[in-house]
Ligand binder design. Structure first.
Ligand SMILES: NC(=O)c1ccc[n+]([C@@H]2O[C@H](COP(=O)([O-])OP(=O)(O)OC[C@H]3O[C@@H](n4cnc5c(N)ncnc54)[C@H](O)[C@@H]3O)[C@@H](O)[C@H]2O)c1
Length: 266
């Protein structure tokens, strides 16, 4: 990632902001004098967490489409602009051996549709700011299958596909959209598995390592990139293989019709 300077006084919104990655990122951003707004489920504990970090708090359930727009409107009203949206709220499923479709749908609602709604809400504000960044916290689970949690894998894979699909047409607006794909990291989300990791001596990332990658993505991600973050590896862009192109009757690589490209990319 190419590092560019994040200007002090910039305004960043982090959904799921009072969780492990959100807190670590908020601390890094406050060190850079960024105005930080943490959006998370509205509880007294979450409000206090934000206050302790010198960040603002706003209650948000990311599955509520209208509420996402209202949060961005409140950020612009109170802080004048939005420069970066970290769409980071997420949950994992718990039913490891059964296909629980209700749970599956809920995970997809939070981890995928929360990202779609957050993007819809943030884009107009980022355009008004003259450009900015959207950094989506996806997961390695979006790149590799997770036998114990298919809903999580679908949601994170969908989030990565969403970022890759949308990012190219935002470049012209000066908006960089990218995804972060951490392996297992030491936050509350792995509490149900924590003892098993320890017993297997399996390395997990620290929240700070992931937050550094999120910060670097704001500062200089490649549009549409999905950065894998793994212990001992750091943050590296995932190399997608691509798909076989169609061939014409004469064996040439077929050119995709212009109508399949958004007008901004023709
Ligand atoms: N920790 C890991 O191993 C790991 C690995 C890869 C990806 N991730 C992803 O990182 C992101 C952050 O998770 P974390 O590891 O900090 O875990 P965490 O549980 O500490 O934080 C998740 C936060 O999201 C919030 N949240 C949950 N549902 C919400 C909703 N409907 N609306 C708004 N906020 C909601 C929670 O209140 C919590 O503060 C998630 O998207 C998670 O899937 C985590």
């Amino acid at each position: 990632m190419t590092d560019t300077t994040i200007a002090p006084g910039s305004v960043a919104l982090i959904t799921g902001g009072t969780g492990g990655f959100g807190r670590a990122l908020a601390a890094l951003l406050r060190e850079r004098e960024v105005t930080v707004v943490l959006a998370d489920l509205d509880t007294e504990a979450n409000r206090q967490t934000a206050e302790g970090l010198g960040a603002h708090f706003v209650g948000l359930d990311v599955t509520d489409r209208a509420a996402n727009a209202a949060v961005v409107a409140s950020v612009e009203a109170e802080h004048g602009r939005l420069d970066a949206a970290f769409l980071n709220a997420g949950i994992a499923g718990n039913s490891r051996d059964t296909l629980d479709v209700d749970e599956f749908l809920h995970v997809v609602d939070v981890d995928l549709f929360g990202v779609v709604y957050g993007t819809e809400a943030a884009l107009p504000a980022l355009r008004r700011a003259g450009g900015g960044s959207i950094v989506v916290t996806a997961s390695l689970a979006g790149l590799a299958p997770v036998a114990t949690d298919p809903g999580y894998s679908v949601a994170k894979g969908g989030a990565i596909a969403f970022v890759r699909s949308l990012a190219p047409r935002l470049v012209g607006d000066g908006i960089t959209m990218s995804a972060i794909c951490p392996g297992f990291a030491d936050t509350a989300i792995i509490d149900p598995l924590r003892e098993e990791f320890a017993a297997a001596d399996f390395p997990v990332l620290s929240a700070d390592e992931v937050a550094s990658a999120m910060l670097a993505a704001w500062a200089g991600a490649e549009p549409g990139a999905a950065y894998v973050v793994q212990p001992g590896v750091g943050a590296v862009p995932y190399k997608f293989k691509g798909v076989p192109a169609a061939r014409t009757a004469s064996g040439e690589t077929a050119v995709v019709p212009q109508a399949l490209m958004p007008p901004s990319l023709r």
